[in-house]
Write a protein that binds this ligand. Structure first.
Ligand SMILES: *Cc1c(COP(=O)(O)O)cnc(C)c1O
Length: 224
């Protein structure tokens, strides 16, 4: 596994406006540092404990993204340093992020996670639920969060057309919400979609952030 070569290969095929989030979950700090030394500084983790551990022990100019399901009682541990939370899947979670970000004296960037897969196991909201949040008086009072886009995970399948239609659907959701609530708001511009096996399809469907783990760092012992 040559981490920096793998990153180079992926970046070579990404359009300029698409950012690569290197997903380091379950991988040791040494591997993160291999990527770091090759010049890559944006990493994603899906578990709070591991994210905090890596943040504390690694260089402070790393941009850390939380990409996994987040429990409200753990928000406070990551808010002080996290750059983007991809996985906002409930109003309760958004409220908690706003509150903890207020306590930390900062504004935290967030993406709404949309459920685009047919699988029961995947987290995320419907566009209707997101609109309910955006329409609420409570949302408009929030001072410490900034919504910068949407995130989604496709069905785990070999069928590329299923994946493509789910990513296209997420793009449609993005346009819908952008037009209705963030028209002319330049920071609402992210569509986080695409992983090791499907990021090329995601890019074709308009992804602005791909979250790639195993294609950079090798397969994991557990899916995490
Ligand atoms: C693990 C994970 C990824 C990366 O998965 P790979 O298939 O290893 O690229 C992307 N997004 C989320 C939310 C993940 O948990």
């Amino acid at each position: 596994m040559n981490v920096s070569e793998n990153i180079e290969k992926i970046k070579d095929h990404l359009p300029e406006q698409v950012r690569l989030i290197a997903v380091t979950k379950t991988k040791p700090e040494e591997m993160v540092m291999e990527a770091y030394h090759s010049g890559h500084k944006i990493f994603g983790e899906n578990k709070v404990q591991e994210l905090v551990r890596k943040y504390e022990s690694l260089p402070k100019d790393i941009e850390w993204h939380m990409i996994g399901h987040l429990q409200t009682n753990k928000v406070k541990y990551i808010v002080p340093f996290v750059s983007l939370i991809h996985s906002v899947d409930s109003f309760k979670l958004l409220k908690t992020i706003n509150k903890e970000a207020g306590n930390a004296g900062k504004v935290v960037d967030c993406l709404f996670q949309v459920k685009i897969a047919k699988e029961e196991s995947k987290f995320g909201m419907t566009v209707g639920q997101i609109k309910q949040i955006l329409d609420s008086a409570e949302y408009s009072s929030f001072q410490n969060i900034r919504l910068t886009g949407l995130m989604g995970m496709a069905t785990f399948t070999e069928d590329k057309e299923v994946i493509r239609s789910e990513f296209n659907f997420l793009h449609t959701c993005f346009e819908d919400i952008k037009n209705a609530y963030f028209n002319g708001v330049n920071y609402f511009r992210e569509i986080s979609m695409g992983m090791s096996d499907d990021y090329e399809i995601a890019v074709e469907a308009g992804s602005t952030m791909v979250r790639v783990g195993s294609k950079i760092f090798g397969t994991r012992n557990y899916s995490g």
